[in-house]
Unconditional design. Sequence first.
Length: 107
Amino acid sequence: MDKQERMKIYKEAEDIWGLTAQYDQAIEEMGELIVAINKYKRKYFAGEYKGNNSIEENLAEEIADVKMCLEQLESYVGEEKISMVFEKKLEKLANLIEFMKEERNDK
Ligand SMILES: [Mg+2]
């Protein structure tokens, strides 16, 4: 499905349930992703949920849900604005990585 089709669906969702509900849905999906990440961590780092193969599927599902909600929120806030902030954040992370590498080399 291309972006134009996705945007059409987001607009239809907004028309049916309203803008506030779209923000509420994003909050709910992010909460579900938090739970999914935590369960994934408990499976792989604490040995819980052995034999439960739905943990990975659930994580993928919640990542997809949040990705969809973020694309929707991005369209409300403005893609260009988000892109500019995103680039600045990436640059800041890259600078921090360089700093950390230099710190390690100094020791
Ligand atoms: Mg969900």
